[in-house]
Design a protein around this ligand. Structure first.
Ligand code: IMP
Ligand code: MG
Length: 336
């Protein structure tokens, strides 16, 4: 059974939540482990017209047989975590590492008030930057120090490595996107940690030789929220006309938009050593695609778009999103 890591290829909001929710049900993971920064990410998925969102739990949560882990590199906000555990009835299958950092109210206040963070970087205000800076100073509280999360503590790296060594089916979930990385993004318009594949694996305590597949998620166009450059950005009016206009799931802010960017895609494939692409929202570019589940049923313009991405990047587009519902998905993995 393979160990797969999913990664955002652009600036976050590529639709990782939907792709992971699809994989979770279809591939039936024994274990899904969340890496990344913390509750600044919101992953959304829709099942039977009902929309769900997670900011702390892995997006594989809808599969009740999957053990849900949160790695030591991830910051935990206890109130958000407990609420999600309750919403998804996940008390018996959620485990967080003893060494997850804890976000407290003062971190959120600082994130929302600090002029540089709020006005220049345009953070989500969820407290992740201030908490990670305290962690670098070795002053941040860890999960093992707070009673609210005591029930869920586990040695996550040991648990996930045990699963991989015993040939279980394991998913490691990245959050944010490659160009929000503190190291590889466009500084200072970045998040407070590296979020590329190597970092996500490190967050959950898995070394590079144990990863079989790196599935990079690209949306059919590029969006970003907050400050920083966005090549070929279109106006908000034009993005509305093209139906590319989106609003952030954590902050409600309107996302800026640009066409699919091959230079960014190639660079993020390189940094992440991606082996496969999941392409989301193809139905927004090509409305006739909506709900299609069979690649051969796509019209030629949509196929050309997909095949051009494959020839430019040199890796296969194995999964394609054709609508918000989890099942609005083309899965080409078994017939390529
Ligand atoms: P922070 O991570 O809240 O400190 O925000 C830093 C930058 O990353 C801002 O531009 C945010 O809009 C962006 N950001 C952080 N998390 C996400 C995400 O999950 N999706 C999209 N943008 C994000
Ligand atoms: Mg998001």
């Amino acid at each position: 059974m393979p160990c797969t890591v999913t990664i955002g290829g652009f600036y976050g909001d590529e639709g990782k939540g939907k792709i992971i929710a699809y994989l979770a049900i279809n591939d039936n993971y024994n274990v899904a482990a969340r890496g990344g920064v913390g509750p600044n990410a919101g992953h959304t998925f829709v099942q039977n017209n009902k929309e769900y969102r997670v900011r702390m739990l892995p997006s594989a949560v809808l599969n009740k047989d999957t053990r849900l882990l949160i790695g030591a590199g991830v910051l935990v906000e206890p109130n958000i975590l407990l609420k999600e555990i309750n919403t998804f009835d996940a008390i018996d299958r959620t485990f967080i590492d003893f060494q997850c950092g804890i976000i407290e109210q003062n971190h959120q206040e600082k994130d929302k008030k600090d002029n540089h963070l709020k006005e220049i970087v345009g953070t989500t205000g969820s407290g992740t930057g201030p908490a990670n800076s305290e962690r670098a100073l070795r002053q941040l509280k860890l999960a093992k120090d707070v009673p609210e999360v005591a029930l869920f503590l586990e040695d996550v790296s040991n648990s996930i490595n045990y699963s991989i060594d015993n040939k279980e089916n394991v998913l490691i979930e990245g959050t944010q996107g490659t160009f929000l990385s503190l190291y590889h993004g466009i500084y200072p318009y970045v998040t407070s940690k590296d979020v590329t594949a190597s970092a996500i694996c490190s967050d959950v305590g898995v070394g590079p030789k144990k990863i079989d597949e790196v599935l990079i998620v690209f949306k059919s166009y590029v969006t970003r929220v907050g400050g920083g450059p966005l090549t070929n950005e279109i106006s908000l009016e034009e993005s509305k006309e093209r139906n590319w206009s989106e609003f952030g799931s954590v902050t409600g802010r309107q996302r800026r938009a640009a066409p699919f960017d091959f230079n960014l895609a190639k660079k993020s494939i390189q940094i992440n050593s991606a082996t496969q692409i999941a392409l989301t929202k193809l139905d927004i570019l090509f409305p006739h695609c909506k709900g299609i589940k069979d690649y051969s049923k796509l019209e030629n313009d949509a196929k050309k778009f997909v095949e051009n991405i494959e020839s430019e990047t040199g890796i296969p587009v194995t999964i394609i999103g054709t609508g918000a519902e989890i099942n609005d998905t083309i899965d080409r993995r078994n017939n390529m």
